[in-house]
Design a protein around this ligand. Sequence first.
Ligand code: PPS
Length: 563
Amino acid sequence: MSESLLVSQDRAQELKEEAVNLPSWDLTFRQIWDLELLLNGAFSPLKGFLGKADYDGVCKDMRLADGSLWPMPIMLDVTEEAAEGLEEGGRVALRHPEGMVLAVLTVSDVWKANKKAEAKAVLGTTSEEHPAVFDLMQQQNPVYVGGTLEGVELPPHHTFRHLRHTPAQLKEEFERLGWKKIVAFQTRNPMHRAHVELCRDAARRVEGNLLIHPVVGLTNPGDVDYFTRVRCYEHVLKHTPEHTAMVSLLPLAMRMGGPREALWHSMIRKNYGCTHFVVGRDHAGPRDKSGEPFYGPYDAQEMVAEHSEEVGIGLVKFEEIVYNQSKGEYMARSEVAEGETIANLSGTEFRRRLKEGSDIPAWFSYPEIIEELRNRYPSRKRQGFTLFLTGLSGSGKSTIANILMAKLMEVGTRPVTLLDGDVVRKNLSSELGFSKEHRDLNIRRIGFVASEITKNRGVAICAPIAPYAAVRREVRELIDPLGAFIEVFVSTPLEVCEQRDRKGLYAKARAGIIKGFTGIDDPYEAPENAEIVLDTVNLSPEESAAEVLLYLENEGFIAPPAE
Ligand code: PPS
């Protein structure tokens, strides 16, 4: 039974009044998604954010302290300042960033997270190439607060409201439609023909109806935005027999945790009233930089199979589905006979073709879906992009950035904005200093402005020192889905920067007049996978700018003068 944690209207009113005198916590985006699914019963049997004993049990063997199964730790992470003074029995108002109280938490435990141990136990790795490990280590707050929740209201949604349901509403809908067996299909990607074939087959196997249940909360960095995806799912419905399938959106913050994630997904679907759940190859499995998966291809299926009876949901297994060109149909890879040819279009190749505006074969997808994606991902010539120059003070970033700005204005196909380190610090970040915290905040601000410019198909040229790799990655992940993020490492050795010392700052730093100066007594983490590395010792600023322009031309962002 999924149970809503929302209280009666009278109680909600009382809580709102009480909240005026309670300490408040402004929820992060991920926490809002977690809270919504806690409050609407999708995370049942949880009654709130996990306390310490439940957390330990979940990390260790996927069991709450009372023995019930739960694979994914869901905690409220807060800053040390916010945790100060919080203790058992205390109450905290949890607020939406717009200010409304969404819930009141009665605290059971407050403890300092051991994030490394948690990552290892839950995600099976401590590598920050795993998106959830990165989020845990770099973006989440250091202290966990557990406790029970009284829900005041669900977070508001303004998009695709006709496709949103709480578990109770979805169950009612199934009842109204007379659906008894429902197989849920989880997805974070646009659906193409292979996915549709798989869904049809799944519904046939269980002799039931299909729920396309896409995640519209947090998915893997770089995924197609959900607005575009939802339009694709609506097209897909037209390719399923009428009245046999529906779409409902799931506001889940995924952790990309492979086997544990799959089990978690199956429990959530059970709470939404589904009787069966599809698990294919490498369910919710991210890959590292070199493309290696973090989990075995069928680990997730095994995990769900092992617990499906206890969860009370049937598992519908699928192996990899491929297009058999000889037969002109989709089938499991293992069913392809010897001598028959398989046609394959990887995700990477598909994106490349979209970007270059080249042909996408009809066997791969439906024309309406290809059109949606072409609109969303215009060819590079029409995309916005961010040139993110990073390097030591005095490395030549500003000079190169200024030349680039002039050249791109000459090209004239997009508006160009320069966000130079010094200039940003005079306006956007005028109150910030040079602590790690302030530097990260400075880069996040620059990243935010650049992301808006990129989204609106302009060019943002950023030229801060940006000494920390983690926040550079954060900015990349923010911008990449909106256009392109091109990191340019202005690789000038410290000795050369120090020798130039145009502003006299190195001399001051050596004399101890300026403290925490990058390269002297503060770190600079050189980029490891920048798109462009400029060796400014052997290149003049004009030559460096020319290298960048050449890259832009080769990658199709700017057309050669003749075109
Ligand atoms: S950061 O780390 O990215 O936020 O730095 P940024 O905003 O680019 O600012 C760098 C400019 O500030 C001057 N400056 C310092 N740099 C590094 N460390 C310390 N402690 C410091 N104090 C002042 C310096 O002139 C930098 O400008 P550039 O153009 O890089 O030389």
